[in-house]
Design a protein. Structure first.
Length: 357
């Protein structure tokens, strides 16, 4: 009987802690996902002739009823506002960049022309993706920021990157800054850090796209240009006097062997993401390469898919401007990223977040 009473006490304690089940012959106590049984007497049966045990049974049953009658847990709290993901980690990328080289140019603080807020942060994220994610050798990467990005420095770094590309590799060029139409309107120019707000200085201190391609030495190249070639800053003001009336680039083009992903048409403005203060196009393309742009779900993001994703996002976001990214070059179906599985952010949720409008 002493052992039977011990079993009864254990059963009562267990029920008091949340037991949900009792049956004659044994007390079954649910703990998490497991069930423990406590025999109430030798042979696993309750001796009905014992009044204390019968009373204990009744108390256990009352406890069970009270537990089952408690209200269910409150529903989960609503999800917080949707925000832009941080791209400062390399993400999941196929480490197939051993033969590649990269030139990343970020001009946030120009000496004379308007700033491009967030350019250096986007560049840092691209550096992390290429070096830590794709495993492009550090020695084959040049990162030029602000005062380091003069015309001479850009062309010199491009030459070094072109020479570092091994057979089968790709030269990556990411430029985040201001652009303008060339004097003849045949191509765009990438504005160097010390270009002054006069047309003659702007052309003298900037780099034509064809010059940049030549400096790379013919290496197969993917260019991501987060700049418009309208000669205007994101706010619409001219970056230099003497460029009006503007000579709009007649038609977007890319030299042979170059796949060019451009932030917008030549008569449009490239600008920031809403609520984030960072250049939109280079951010969205980087997200696309991490998996956001994998439209067919095959784990491979092509150049066309990357630009399509950026275009779709810029159409639905409240950016207050028309910005239509373009893809030019001979290999528009080029696969830019493999094993790209990262889920895209909820654009509808971002649009509905008042803080990001």
């Amino acid at each position: 009987m002493r052992r039977a009473w011990f079993g009864l006490v254990a059963a009562v304690l267990a029920v008091g802690c949340g037991a949900r089940h009792y049956k004659e012959g044994a007390t079954s106590v649910a703990v998490g996902h497991a069930t423990m049984a406590f025999p109430l007497a030798w042979g696993g049966e309750v001796r009905t002739g014992s009044e204390p045990l019968v009373q204990a049974q009744r108390e256990l049953e009352e406890l069970r009823k009270r537990v089952n009658s408690q209200p269910s847990a409150a529903p989960a709290a609503p999800r917080g506002p949707v925000t832009w993901p941080d791209l400062g980690t390399p993400g999941v990328a196929s480490p197939d960049g051993a033969a590649d080289g990269a030139l990343i140019v970020a001009l946030e603080n120009y000496v004379f022309v308007p700033k491009v807020p967030g350019a250096t942060k986007n560049a840092a994220d691209w550096y992390t993706y290429l070096v830590e994610g794709r495993k492009v050798p550090v020695g084959s990467v040049r990162l030029l920021r602000n005062e380091d990005a003069s015309r001479e420095a850009i062309l010199s770094a491009a030459g070094e990157v072109g020479k570092s590309v091994k057979p089968g590799g790709t030269a990556w060029v990411v430029f985040i800054g201001h652009g303008a139409p060339s004097q003849d309107g045949k191509e765009g120019v990438l504005v160097g850090v010390d270009a002054q707000q006069k047309a003659v200085s702007l052309y003298a201190r900037s780099v034509r796209q064809s010059e940049l391609a030549a400096a790379l030495g013919g290496a197969p190249t993917v260019m991501v240009i987060d700049a418009c070639f309208s000669g205007r800053a994101s706010g619409g003001q001219a970056i230099a006097s003497g460029l009006q009336p503007l000579i709009v680039v007649k038609k977007a083009s890319a030299p042979t062997g170059i796949t060019l992903l451009s932030a917008g048409k030549s008569d449009q403005l490239a600008g920031p993401l809403p609520g984030m203060g960072r250049p939109a196009f280079s951010y969205l393309v980087l997200g696309a390469l991490r998996g956001w742009g994998d439209a067919n779900g095959d784990g491979v993001v092509t150049a066309g898919e990357a630009v399509d994703y950026a275009s779709k996002a810029l159409r639905v976001l409240p950016i207050g401007r028309t910005q239509t990214p373009e893809l030019v070059g001979s290999n528009q179906t080029l696969g830019l990223a493999k094993n790209a599985r990262e889920k895209a952010p909820d654009l509808a949720g971002i649009v509905n977040n008042p803080a990001l409008r």
